[in-house]
Design a protein around this ligand. Structure first.
Ligand code: GLU
Length: 362
């Protein structure tokens, strides 16, 4: 009788613990799961982690009844490396599914729709400070235009001095100094259509006619370019989309799809281990923009970066995140079924809203 009671007692205890989570009903060895800090997907919290991917993986593991431990690495390259070398059985963070990666790894069903976007320092619309004026003259085609303008004055100045200096009634002194100053001064006047005196010699006059015509065309062009640049920047600010990135100082995280995108579009980015380091560099004015995964940038702009940074332009280079496995992994199918189950029973949406309602309502 006493023995029967004990048996019932142990059975109740066993049943109770079976319902308490993945640990008790674990159906295989502890899984090593690689991640990397990338808010809001993986956020370091004391000695543990939180975030969308952390919650999602927790739910998948509990659905599968598997125990796991996190293996944290530094960037996406190292995440893939951990799966490739067997240091991890799988990886989850914000890893984009790409055709190149698909050749070396297996991916789960897409777990998140993403893409790239641009983060820039906050600017109040209409503000136009010294920094913007400096940028205007130092970026894009403007330095070349300014150099051409200098050449347009120095070259005719020299030619005019050479042509005129030996003429008896020359406007310019025979010697290089101050002759060249006088000739350059004359060339500036000619470029502006205002020189008070005409050269005396035939070559000098021919040169004057040519340089006035060329300058007229060139100055009109320069004026139009400057006006357009000022207007566009005043209306919109500097970088508005991926087409404005050329010639800018752009940062991103090493080995990411954004680094690959930028290089393919002739922008050489500064690559940082963490995207936080890129944010810091932008705050310190060492970067004009950070190009990275849109949800990561939006999360930062809505939280710690609020008031300091803003996301601009459309989402480009659309990509999906997936869980990464070594090729042929037996884990892929059960992970996929768990993921689908979570989508069907609403758990996925709850996790999504927990992490992204802040961004969507911004
Ligand atoms: N989603 C990007 C990629 O897979 C960035 C991931 C990361 O830097 O962790 O390349």
């Amino acid at each position: 009788m006493k023995f029967g009671f004990l048996r019932v007692f142990w059975c109740v205890l066993l049943l109770a613990s079976a319902g308490s989570g993945a640990t008790a009903q674990s159906t295989g060895p502890v899984l090593n799961v690689a991640n990397r800090v990338i808010p809001p997907f993986v956020i370091k919290q004391g000695t543990g982690y939180e975030g969308f991917s952390v919650d999602l993986w927790g739910a998948i593991a509990s659905e599968m009844g598997r125990d796991f431990k996190w293996v944290e690495v530094g960037n996406v390259k190292e995440i893939l490396g951990a799966v490739e070398t067997g240091k991890a059985d799988l990886a989850i963070a914000a890893v984009s599914i790409t055709s190149e990666r698909e050749q070396k790894f297996d991916f789960s069903q897409p777990m998140f729709e993403s893409g790239l976007q641009i983060l820039v320092p906050s600017r109040t619309s209409g503000s136009f400070g010294i920094r913007q004026v400096w940028d205007l003259f130092t970026t894009g085609a403007m330095p070349i235009l300014l150099a051409l303008m200098a050449a347009m004055i120095l070259v005719p100045g020299h030619l005019a001095w050479l042509a005129e200096r030996s003429h008896p009634g020359s406007l310019f002194s025979r010697s290089y100094f101050p002759g060249i100053f006088q000739a350059t001064w004359w060339a500036i006047g000619a470029a502006a259509g205002q020189q008070p005196e005409n050269p005396r010699s035939v070559p000098g006059r021919t040169l004057a006619a040519i340089s006035i015509l060329v300058s007229l065309f060139f100055l009109t062009y320069l004026q139009a370019t400057l006006t357009a640049a000022f207007t566009v920047r005043q209306l919109q600010g500097g970088i508005q989309g991926p087409d404005d990135l050329a010639g800018q100082r752009v940062g991103t995280s090493s080995g990411s799809t954004s680094a690959i995108y930028l290089k393919a579009h002739h922008v050489t980015p500064t690559e940082f281990q963490t995207v936080e380091q890129a944010y810091k560099a932008m705050e310190n004015r060492q970067l004009d923009a950070v190009v990275f995964d849109a949800p990561v940038l939006l999360y930062y702009a809505a939280t710690q970066g609020r008031g300091k940074v803003q996301v601009v332009g459309p989402i480009f280079n659309k990509e999906n995140y997936g869980i990464v496995f070594p090729p042929g992994s037996e884990l892929r199918k059960p992970v996929n079924s768990a993921l689908l189950k979570l989508r069907e029973n609403g758990r996925f949406d709850t996790i999504y809203l927990k992490w992204f309602s802040a961004i969507s309502s911004n």
